[in-house]
Write a protein of this length. Structure first.
Length: 746
């Protein structure tokens, strides 16, 4: 996790980048890149007698072609420009000197303290931040996982990113509508409904030992796996027959042409004879592979050998895949034997099963009441499990919108009707195709949207009259804008759906919804990779959000209970401790899933969660600040924040010189507003966590080395009280945005 740059360092780097072109003769962008790459750096000098910050100007002079003898004159011009510009006040520069190639700067931290603390304590920062949204309505649609299995850490990353961003928007004064789009009509749900319909006939109900969504996840995986197992078994048998026939042809060819040594030919005949003896085709295949490898050099160009090897490779590949799927089936069968027995007794032909699934999808879109009811019943049951998981993580929604709703379906059929009349649409083999390549010839919006790629073509209605997800997504997009009156709609959706999201925007624009198309934002996030596991809901292989929270609970509990503190606890106190440990687990789970920039892959090892305790770090410092004020003021800080801020804003600390760690905290507090705004504008809510972690580490240093209540110097005590209150106020905002529980004691 990167460490956020402080206010002063950022301000000074901006000042140099702005002033260097005129004073040193360098390109501004080159200076900015030098700061970004570390060739130029604002750093703390080894001694404060030199100054508070230093910038080595050697590389800057090199960029400007300044001869070393002229360095003092060039630096003098830069210093004069700095001290006569707005940056002197904005960066709180008290003195600037050039010594041995370094620009040394002394900062007026006392003035910085008065400005920053007053701004936080009197609500200036909060007021400016809330003015950004100005009451405008925005929609954040997130999670929207297919209701076929429990939420895993992949969809959980979507949930945490989306919820954190929605919380951030609320802090900025937007009116946020949080939406969950329940995809209850797609192919995946149809597979689950097919499995459930079989279980209903067999009288198999959800097992009480399973959380609802976990049980349906097993049904979904077993239904898919059994269909796949049947298909693979059929294809293995076909491939087995093909390789026996290929072996017979090869032996016949080898006998006729005399192309194979007698010893090898005898062995091939022997292997071929195994077929009539019903010997294991797999064992014969392994031996045959060895024999053929000895013939490859001599028969490198023989078409007969290639044909045999190809058929053998296909058989081997299919057999391995069948064995893998069978293993997964057995693994789930052990967990839910009743489900397995019922499904395996009915799913006998993969082609019939797939045909039944297609019929379910068609009846659903035709709004057959019984079919729609079953789809909705199953999806509602899984969504109930979602809600339990998300509630636990402090994630809530204003609405759950159903893909099967009349509004979405009616809108989808209207989309098809209107599109069919457009010049960029045509029927191919009965399906309605949208040709965006043709549309882009006359529409700059579509060209720019896909640039530099070609927009391509896509189907919005199948030949059987059913619409596709993208069609219903266009309808739902219009619904979101109309239903909420939103100015902007953010769709938090994985990068793998980027093209589909562009298709939605393009079609909206082409259908006349230009405002909606321009204000529909695809908030891209990347997937999660786990060490030792490749997740697949279809195969029942995933690491659930519930498991992540429970595993974090085990980690934080181990730390606590191994200290032996629990032995002396009364039952009531033990309940409080358990509650706090649960809260820490939630904070750590959220912190982990937010810890990497959304557009980067998040990789972690579930067996090493103790190395990623972001939530614990933030909440530990949060509790320490409360503890200081609880002892100092004799009240509960979180319930009395306005009173604490009011009292702290009137404190005086004279000419008190802050210590280095106090300067660092002030520097961090001054950067809070910019961090929040950049997290919003750049769609990077992870920056809030990075900032919170950095501030928390400074708070811990302060707590361990500075007194407040017992400080004999009244000016130092007054300053520190104001600093602690202001820092707690900012930390409270951070905990709100991050969705962490507001823990009071640890």
């Amino acid at each position: 996790m990167s460490k956020p740059q402080g206010y002063i360092a950022r301000c000074l780097s901006e000042a140099v980048a702005d002033l260097a072109p005129a004073t040193i003769g360098v390109d501004r962008r080159a200076v900015e890149e030098a700061f970004e790459t570390g060739r130029l750096k604002v750093s703390r000098p080894p001694s404060q007698s030199i100054g508070d910050y230093s910038i080595a100007l050697h590389y800057l002079f090199k960029l400007g072609g300044v001869d070393q003898k002229d360095w003092p004159h060039a630096a003098g011009r830069l210093i004069e420009a700095l001290t006569s510009s707005k940056y002197k006040d904005e960066c709180y520069v008290a003195r600037a000197e050039f010594v041995n190639g370094y620009l040394n700067l002394t900062i007026d931290f006392n003035r910085l303290a008065r400005v920053v603390l007053d701004d936080v304590l009197r609500g200036g920062v909060e007021e400016r931040l809330r003015s950004v949204g100005g009451g405008r309505v925005v929609v954040v649609e997130h999670t929207s996982a297919n209701p076929v299995h429990p939420l895993h850490v992949g969809s959980g990353r979507n949930s945490v990113i989306g919820d954190t961003f929605a919380r951030l928007l609320s802090k900025l004064g937007f009116r946020v509508s949080r939406r969950f789009y329940v995809n209850d009509m797609g192919r995946q749900v149809a597979f689950l409904v097919y499995g459930v319909s079989i279980l209903k006939e067999a009288g198999v109900q959800p097992g009480g030992e399973f959380k609802t969504d976990h049980w349906y996840g097993i049904v979904y995986a077993l239904t898919n796996l059994l269909i796949e197992e049947r298909r693979l078994l059929r294809e293995v048998k076909e491939a087995e027959k093909a390789y026996w026939e290929a072996l017979a042809r090869f032996v016949e060819w080898a006998e006729r042409e005399g192309a194979v040594p007698r010893s090898a030919l005898d062995e091939l005949r022997s292997l071929l004879a195994m077929r009539s003896l019903n010997k294991s085709a797999a064992k014969v295949a392994r031996r045959l592979t060895t024999v053929l490898s000895g013939l490859e050099k001599a028969l490198a160009n023989a078409a007969e050998l290639k044909a045999l090897k190809d058929s053998l490779d296909r058989y081997t590949e299919l057999s391995r895949e069948h064995a893998k799927v069978s293993f997964l089936v057995r693994r789930l069968a052990v967990r839910a034997p009743e489900v397995y027995l019922a499904l395996s007794s009915r799913i006998l032909d993969d082609r019939k099963a797939l045909d039944d699934v297609k019929k379910l999808m068609k009846r659903c879109e035709e709004e057959d009441p019984a079919t729609l009811s079953l789809f909705h019943e199953v999806s509602e049951s899984v969504v109930k499990g979602f809600k339990e998981t998300l509630d636990r993580l402090n994630i809530h929604f204003d609405a759950f919108d159903w893909e099967s709703s009349k509004e979405v379906l009616k809108g989808a059929h209207e989309v098809v009707k209107v599109v069919e009349s457009k010049p960029f649409a045509r029927r191919e083999a009965g399906a309605l195709l949208v040709d965006l390549d043709q549309a882009a010839e006359d529409c700059g919006f579509v060209r720019e949207l896909f640039s530099p790629d070609r927009p391509g073509k896509f189907i919005i209605e199948r030949s059987d009259g059913t619409t596709l997800y993208v069609t219903r997504d266009v309808s739902y997009s219009v619904f979101k804008f109309r239903e909420t009156g939103a100015d902007i709609v953010y769709n938090v959706i994985a990068s793998e759906q980027s093209r589909e999201q562009k298709q939605v925007k393009a079609l909206l624009y082409l259908l006349g919804y230009e405002r909606e198309a321009r204000n529909l934002v695809h908030f891209v996030y990347e997937l999660v990779k786990l060490k030792g596991m490749r997740m697949s809901g279809r195969r029942g292989v995933y690491y659930t959000l519930d498991e992540l929270v429970e595993d974090y609970y085990a980690v934080v509990s181990k730390v606590y209970y191994e200290t032996g503190k629990s032995k002396a606890l009364e039952p009531a106190a033990r309940e409080d401790v358990e509650k706090t440990l649960r809260e820490l687990a939630v904070a750590n789970a959220r912190g982990l899933l937010l810890s990497v920039e959304p557009f980067k892959v998040l990789s972690f090892d579930p067996s090493r969660l103790e190395e990623a305790l972001y939530g614990s770090t933030v909440l530990y410092s949060y509790v320490r600040l409360q503890s200081i004020l609880r002892k100092l003021k004799g009240l509960e800080p979180l319930e009395n924040m306005e009173r604490l801020k009011s009292e702290a804003s009137s404190l005086e600390w004279g000419g008190y010189k802050p210590s280095e760690v106090e300067e660092q905290i002030l520097d961090a507090l001054a950067e809070f507003e910019r961090v929040v705004l950049s997290a919003y504008r750049e769609l990077k809510p992870n920056r809030v966590l990075e900032y919170a972690m950095s501030l928390s580490n400074l708070v811990n240093k302060f707590y361990e080395s500075h007194r407040v209540m017992g400080e004999p110097d009244p000016e130092a005590r007054a300053f520190r009280e104001a600093l602690v209150v202001a820092t707690l106020a900012v930390m409270k905002e951070l905990v709100d945005v991050l969705g962490f529980p507001h823990v009071r004691r640890i």
